[in-house]
Structure formats: structure tokens, C-alpha cells
Ligand binder design. Sequence first.
Ligand code: SF4
Length: 366
Amino acid sequence: MGKGTTQDRRKAQAPRHDRLRAWYDRYGRDLPWRVRGAERPDPYRVWLSEIMLQQTTVPTVGPYFRAFLQRWPTVADLATAPVEAVLDAWAGLGYYARARNMHRCAQVICCDFAGIFPDDEARLRELPGIGPYTAAAIAAIAFGRRANVVDGNVERVVARLFAVETPLPVAKAQVRELAAGLLPAGPAADFRYGDFAQAMMDLGATVCLPRGPRCDVCPLAEGCAGRTAGIAETLPRQAAKAPRPTRRGVAFWIEGPDGAILLRRRPRRGLLGGMLELPSTDWRETDWLLAEARAAAPVRAEWRPLPGVVRHTFTHFHLELAVWAGTAASGGAAGAGLWVRRDELDDLALPTLMRKAVAHALVTDN
Ligand code: SF4
């Protein structure tokens, strides 16, 4: 792979590219951040979508993408917004460090780059929140650069095309190299790099599915080694993952004298950084003793542990959150947070875990 002249490679890849391009023109997904034909993509939209799509599915991202664009139509609008407003608009998408980095990145673009996104991978990678994959995707899609864009979907397609049986993540470098060998061959390539990248992603998302690849309608079926060997569905192989530990914590459902509920913002750094929460203890692998949890509560109260626990899974651990209800003797705890009327809770920008905790309290605290 990668040997021979550009012309040789172009010739060797041409039939594959022709079939893939024809398929993409006909079946490529219409996504809110995409443009077709001669239209130039807006780098701000491409960047916004790629940050949102890290760890999050296309159907979930769609409404958030539209809402962000409506509220902050340009990178300058986003850069001048308060970070809390950006975090609140992000609530429910998860991985909140993305929103904080996105906001910082918008400020860097405006301050250091006069509001114009750099157009090559190396400089994109220096920006907050932009790793190698995202830099490659922006460079290819927004600027037509020859970048090797390998997300999970593309990894699966390539592992199958070349019947790579070494498990991931060990096989990552090999798969990347094989993917690079598939790229249109040079500046004169008539398959634009951004379209090629998006065609490969779409193929993985809609045809080369994790379970039940639809080889009968695949434009790359001819020459697919995984399909020929009858092992496509078993690829890519994955090394066994270490089991996730379970952490535990207690969230406090605190009612004030007028029935309002106490919330607070989490510290900016760390998990769910800057997001609103029901005040809670740390989350740790050992159980919380009653006296310890009481001491960690932000107010003194007669606590009623509510039945059941709230379960949530983060990337590196499972969480079991007990919820304790109590009534604050006065509104004096307001300095520790924010009192919110019950009928306003639905409209608040809460992360999914806290939304579950609120729902749990509302159902079980009778
Ligand atoms: Fe995937 Fe089947 Fe296409 Fe091979 S032929 S790339 S396994 S869908």
C-alpha cells in the first residue's frame, strides 16, 4: 500500500472510487451540516457538527446542531456567549468537556485567527477539543484537504475490506494505513476528499453495519476480502475490555420552606463540569456510611433515603446514585446553590443523570 506512482494508484482505485461516488451521490445521507455539489461547506458548521458527533449519534445531534446555529449563527457569536449558556444548551448531549473546549476553541479562533478557521490538519490539532480524527474530518470536509478520516464506521469498513483479523485497538495503526491507501490519489482526483470521507462514513453507518452488513447492496462488495472469506460480520475483532467499576454516591433532594428545590452548579473542571445538579456527595467505589453522607450534605435536615437507586453509565464506570430527601429549615442554603420551583425543573438544562435523579425523586418522594 502506498507504493507506486500516483497515476498507478489512481488507476488501481478508479473502479472502486467510481462505484462509491455513484452510491454516495444517490444514497448519501442528507444531514443538516452537509452541502452537496459545488457549494462550499461553512467551516463553522463542519466544526460544530464534528465536535457534537464525537461520542454521540447523528439522530441525537441533529436538533442540538440546529438549536446552536439558531442561537449562535457564527463562531464570533459563540465565542462571546457566557460559557454557562453554552453548557446549558449542551445539556443532554453528554461528555460536557466537549462544550467547554468548544467554547474555548471559538474564543481562540476569534482572538488568534481573526475568526477564520485554519485550513490544515496540523494547525487544527492545536485548537482546544480538536484531536487527530476531528482535525482530519474538518480539513477534508470543510477545506477539501487530502486527509485520512477514520472514525468507527470507517474502521469497520476498512477492517472488513481487507479482512483484518488482528483485534482493535492493536490493529488501529494497520487499519489507518490501509484507509490511507484507499484515498483518492492526488490533487487531480475527481472524487473530492470531503465527499470521499463522508461516503466512507455513510457506507459504514448505513450499509456495512456492525451486525448484518448489507453486502448485497454494497458498492465495495467486489474485492471485499472479509465478505469473500465469509467473516465480515465478525470484524473488526475487539480485544476484551476491562470490566467497568461501579461507583456510588448520594444526591440530595432538598426542599425549601416554600417547596422550591435546591440545585447547584458543579465545579468547572471534572465530570459534568459546570452543569447543574442536585447537590451530591463524591462518587466512589466504597459505600457511603450514613454519617459520612450526612456530613457531605449542603444543609442540615432530617433525611429520608428514597427507595431504589438511579443508575447511569459513564465511559469508565457505572454509577449508582441513592437519593435522600429532606426539608431545609430555612432558605439559608441559597448561598450554596439555586432554589428552583418544581414546575420549572422540566425547563432546566440538566445533564441526563440529574434528569433521572429528579424524576426518581418526584416519583418516589410521596
Ligand atoms: Fe462491508 Fe459487506 Fe461492503 Fe464488505 S461488502 S464493505 S463487509 S458491506
